[in-house]
Design a protein around this ligand. Structure first.
Ligand code: SF4
Length: 341
């Protein structure tokens, strides 16, 4: 059974393939609430003292997701290790296997991510992970995950962020935001804050950093993305991250997760985005309301983390394409000529 089919079965209420007991309980609870017409927010878990166990650390089966022939060369203590572990945890929790997934990544530190999993991967030109992922997702029954940094996806490849939501192609868009172009010398990116201390004098630094940095949550909402979330990457929050990622993978449509991960050799991010005032999205936030999601995204005082939007009510690009093909099937030429009658 393909990766997409496994996910479709879970969405239909068949949780037999879900490997994580914690995740199964969460989905069961929501399914019962749905039958009884009780709204149950996916953010309710963040308010609990003990976050449910999405991944049991005694289970060592994550190794099957790692490419044993590719040495990971990120700096020691880089948050990207945590993100990759959380990706494997989420995939495994949902009962997916390495062959069920494909990774596309761009250029930069995060660009290396498509070579590290034991799955098919494409390492593409700067800023092009999203369009390649979209094309791949159109013809594949794998879950396609696109990975890029803030320099890659929000500066060079920015045009593909909002358009992905507008088209609603089912694939997962992960933004590893370290707040700079780290690999090429710490130049400022679209998300570098004005007061960030590092950066080259040519493109960043205190002289020419951005007056207004870009907010990727706001951009995704402008594209009407159905799933929009943010996580602050920290070792202690790996279960939360695995949970958010599992919801993104499960979502039937375009999903974007903003992953704030300070670069350990140049921690620009420390001062940005209300870093000192981080809060979980409250459990009473209506995840189906785009207006409510906006007001949290642009709050001038608070850095919200959690799930801003989960709205599955739109046809995906894959479904639309299939429907059009079916409608035109009997005789494409005749159908076309009938337009002129
Ligand atoms: S330069 Fe920064 S973002 Fe890149 S691998 Fe090192 S710590 Fe991570």
């Amino acid at each position: 059974m393909s990766g997409i089919k496994k996910l479709e079965n879970i969405l239909k209420g068949d949780f037999s393939g879900v490997k994580s007991t914690g995740l199964k309980q969460i989905l069961d609870e929501e399914s019962i609430a749905r039958v009884n017409d009780i709204p149950l927010s996916p953010n309710r878990l963040f308010a609990k003292k003990d976050f449910p166990v999405i991944w049991n650390f005694d289970d060592n089966s994550l190794e099957i997701f790692k490419n044993q022939h590719s040495e990971v060369i990120w700096c020691d203590n880089c948050g990207y290790y945590i993100i990759m572990d959380a990706i494997y945890m989420a995939l495994s929790a949902l009962g997916l296997e390495p062959d069920d997934v494909g990774f596309a990544s761009g250029i930069g530190c995060s660009g290396r991510a498509s070579g590290y999993p034991n799955s098919e991967g494409i390492h593409v030109a700067h800023g092009l992970a999203n369009p390649v992922a979209q094309g791949w997702a159109m013809v594949s029954d794998k879950l396609i995950i696109s990975i890029g940094g803030d320099g890659d996806k929000l500066s060079i490849g920015f045009q593909y962020e909002t358009s992905s939501g507008l088209r609603n192609v089912k694939y997962v868009d992960l933004i590893f935001d370290n707040n700079e172009f780290a690999l090429t010398g710490q130049q400022s990116s679209s998300t570098t804050e004005k007061l960030a201390k590092k950066g080259t004098l040519l493109m960043g630094g205190e002289i020419s950093n951005n007056e207004n940095y870009l907010n990727p949550i706001e951009s995704a909402l402008q594209g009407r993305a159905g799933f929009v979330a943010r996580s602050v990457v920290q070792p202690k929050a790996v279960q939360e991250l695995a949970y958010i990622l599992s919801r993104a993978f499960l979502f039937n449509g375009y999903s974007m997760v903003h992953l704030l991960s300070p670069c350990v050799i140049s921690p620009n991010i420390v001062k940005k985005h209300n870093w000192g005032n981080k809060k979980y999205i409250p459990p009473d936030h209506d995840v189906t309301s785009i207006e409510d999601a906006y007001s949290l995204a642009v709050d001038p005082e608070t850095l919200y983390k959690g799930i801003f939007r989960l709205y599955p009510g739109r046809e995906t690009y894959q479904q639309r394409h299939k429907r059009h093909a079916e409608e035109l099937k009997p005789n494409r030429t005749e159908n076309r000529l009938s337009l002129y009658e």
